[in-house]
Design a protein around this ligand. Structure first.
Ligand SMILES: NC(=O)c1ccc[n+]([C@@H]2O[C@H](COP(=O)([O-])OP(=O)(O)OC[C@H]3O[C@@H](n4cnc5c(N)ncnc54)[C@H](OP(=O)(O)O)[C@@H]3O)[C@@H](O)[C@H]2O)c1
Length: 347
């Protein structure tokens, strides 16, 4: 292993998110993959024989020949990135945190635990301090749901500058959000499925924690009414969301574009390796943003926004797009781990 790099393991390494972790961590300047783990179906096999590699970037040789381990807390790594199925993630992540690992998770299980940060490094880096109140030898840090993250990044500058009163969102979510193999082709080709189990509840509750204030002891949730309707569409990657907002203070389209344009947070200040140069990109063209065109901007870590206009029911409406397996999952989790290291929580 390269000197000074932190050894990291991937739990759920064979899945849709696990593969993205591998692609994004290969050649990472601070972290090196030393372990890949998945279910009993995969354990004991070489990674290349256990995985159905669905990414367009080639599977790195070093990883291809690694033996997949069971998700037991005896792995040779310090950070455990979790892309585990939520049926098993809660229990496994607790075991790893108890054993002293720094767990950074994409799964829903621990997101709303009182002592677990639901972290978006540009928004609530100060929430990280709550890990000091966790009972574990290690810790658990979570990343929000893939559809929450794009919306909440667009909302944060509005909340700070004008105050948020109410939000309505309708999503058009990509297939990779359902994992692999995900939705059957006969269900989605020539179709839209107007239901994603559990998704609307997550979009309505997670932003309240993320935008909440940490007072040194607990996270006090913000009070905003959010209504979400979630749909699965036949894009491969990239969740598109039509958002309406009611604001506490009167403002203008020009002012909103200005606060989006100036938005930056800790990842940019600390120059974290996976931080996008700019987190929010506003597009003036009426037909933008679009999943195929904008999901990869700034390494897939940025959020594309467009179509800002006044709204007769709320105050304003706009469209947001973010890459669900990069910013909304593996990339977002790696950015959280970079923040943990940069703020010296990882010893
Ligand atoms: N896809 C997204 O856009 C996205 C975004 C944000 C969050 N998430 C969350 O991230 C997690 C992973 O999602 P995904 O889309 O990557 O799912 P996925 O493609 O279905 O992959 C699931 C992974 O979990 C492993 N696994 C399943 N059962 C297991 C068990 N009993 N013990 C140990 N490992 C087990 C699988 O290993 P085998 O291959 O061996 O079965 C596989 O590596 C989920 O909790 C999901 O909700 C996904």
């Amino acid at each position: 292993m390269a000197e000074n790099k932190i050894p990291v393991g991937i739990l759920g390494a064979t899945g849709s998110v696990g593969q993205k972790f591998i692609a994004l961590l290969t050649d990472h300047p601070w972290f090196e993959i030393t372990e890949v783990a998945a279910s009993e179906r995969s354990a004991g096999k070489k990674y290349k024989d256990a995985v159905n590699w669905i990414l367009s970037t080639p599977l790195p040789d070093k990883i291809a020949n690694m033996v997949v381990k069971n998700c037991k807390p005896d792995l040779n790594c310090k950070i455990a990135f979790s892309g585990l199925d939520s049926g098993i993630a809660g229990e496994v992540e607790t075991e790893f945190a108890n054993a002293g690992y720094y767990v950074v998770s994409n799964s829903k299980n621990h997101r709303m635990d009182n002592n677990v940060p639901l972290l978006v490094p540009e928004i609530n880096a100060e929430h990280l301090d709550i890990i000091k109140t966790q009972p574990y030898k290690g810790c658990i840090v979570t990343n929000p749901n893939c559809s929450t993250i794009g919306m909440v990044l667009a909302l944060k500058p509005l909340a700070d500058a004008f105050g948020l009163e109410a939000v309505n969102v309708v999503t058009l979510q990509a297939l990779s959000g359902a994992g692999y193999p995900g939705v059957s082709s006969l269900d989605i080709i020539d179709n839209v499925v107007p239901f994603i189990s559990g998704e609307e509840g997550k979009m309505e509750s997670e932003p309240l924690k993320i935008l909440g204030k940490f007072d040194g002891k607990e996270i006090k949730y913000t009070e905003v009414k959010i209504s979400a309707q979630c749909n699965r569409v036949a894009a491969v990657d990239g969740h598109l969301e039509c958002v309406q907002v009611k604001l506490k203070k009167k403002t203008t389209i020009a002012e909103i574009k200005k606060v989006w344009n100036e938005f930056a947070g800790e990842p940019q200040k600390l120059n974290l390796p996976l931080a996008p140069e700019k987190t929010l990109y506003y597009f003036e063209e009426d037909k933008y943003p679009q999943p195929r065109i904008h999901r990869n901007i700034d390494k897939g870590m940025a959020v594309a926004i467009g179509r800002l206009r006044e709204d007769p029911l709320f105050d304003f409406k706009f469209v947001v797009l973010s890459h669900n397996t990069v910013r909304g999952a593996a990339g977002g989790a790696i950015l959280c781990a970079e923040l943990l290291k940069a703020k010296e929580y990882i010893k």
